[in-house]
Design a protein around this ligand. Structure first.
Ligand SMILES: O=C(O)C(=O)Cc1ccccc1
Length: 310
């Protein structure tokens, strides 16, 4: 297997910075791709061992290109996640003044994070989307746009200067990135894990979504992401991307997934992997009645009842 990770490039993306925080990245060749799709396709084609892509940010929610690839593309699995705090710099060619800026660019997910700043400082600037924030910087270097919102670290790479730094409409804006590979056995539980799945309902009925969520709730499983995505089958047809606290090897999660498999039309398992915020106050202990021991004891009791040995 090639010891390389594909990532959303070009060089100088936030994605690259987040990827380099993973210890395993130090022993891999890191190869930039022009889009999330092409990075994931490199994995599907066996050209790369895994791909590292943005999946969610705390301002706007899911990065839909990534979610849609994981929902509908050839199956892939998430093995790692990274959280990165994001602030933007306004990068320009040397000598450009704020009053010279008529066009700005960045990745579409950057826009909700800088919208207020733009309104206050460059209300008449025309926004056009770039394939990534670093690609926006590259396009400014080529003279295609006057300014790009990107990481300050991208300035040197593209011969630009930061006219403004620390731009962020929302305090503590974070982006979540995932390392995605071909399906294989998930890593062993760490005690602070997350499981991602996509659920398709069997039919449309009152309380349908509540039924799906009930499989988690009744087993004391907390949810960390719920994002609906259109199935493409017409207005009102959605599937649900869910991140839940816990590992597929935890009995409560095993039981919840069994329940979901019974009641859903389709369930796509996207992996169980260590939480990026493991070790922080946000990671709560499971409810006492949801431990593996409690599930084993309850199953034993039912077996004894069936045997008349209670
Ligand atoms: O990694 C990048 O630079 C991207 O273009 C994706 C992105 C977009 C917005 C915030 C963080 C990452």
């Amino acid at each position: 297997m090639p010891a390389s990770y594909a990532y959303l490039g070009p060089e100088g993306t936030f994605t690259e910075v987040a990827l380099r925080t993973l210890p395993e990245a130090a022993t891999r060749e890191l190869i930039p791709y022009v889009s999330v799709q092409s990075a994931l396709d490199a994995v599907r084609a066996g050209e790369a061992e895994a791909a590292f892509v943005p999946i969610e940010n705390s301002v706007e929610g899911g990065i839909t290109t990534t979610l849609d690839e994981l929902v509908a593309g050839a199956p892939l699995m998430i093995y790692r996640e990274v959280l990165l705090s994001i602030t933007f710099a306004l990068l320009v060619r040397p000598g450009t003044k704020l009053s010279d800026i008529k066009t700005v660019t960045a990745h579409p997910a950057a826009q909700p994070q800088v919208r207020n700043w733009l309104k206050a400082h460059l209300p008449d600037a025309l926004w056009e989307s770039a394939a990534s924030n670093a690609d926006g910087a590259r396009l400014v270097q080529e003279g295609r746009y006057d300014a790009a919102f990107a990481g300050e670290f991208a300035a040197a790479r593209y011969g630009l200067q930061a006219l403004e730094t620390g731009i962020h409409d929302a305090e503590n804006a974070q982006t979540r990135f995932v390392l995605v590979g071909r399906p294989a056995r998930p890593a062993a539980p760490t005690g602070a894990d997350k499981t991602s799945v996509v659920l398709w309902q069997r039919d449309d009925h009152p309380g349908g979504l509540r039924d799906l969520l009930g499989e988690f709730a009744s087993r004391g499983i907390n949810l960390m992401l719920l994002q609906s995505r259109p199935t493409g089958a017409g207005i009102g047809n959605y599937c649900f991307c869910i991140d839940a606290e816990g590992h597929i090897a935890d009995r409560r999660m095993t039981e919840a997934l069994r329940g979901l498999k019974r009641i859903c039309l389709q369930v796509r398992y996207l992996g169980s992997y260590p939480r990026a915020d493991a070790g922080t106050a946000d990671v709560r202990a499971p409810l006492p009645w949801t431990s593996d021991e409690e599930f084993v004891a309850a199953a034993d009791w039912v077996a004894r009842c069936q045997d008349g040995r209670f």
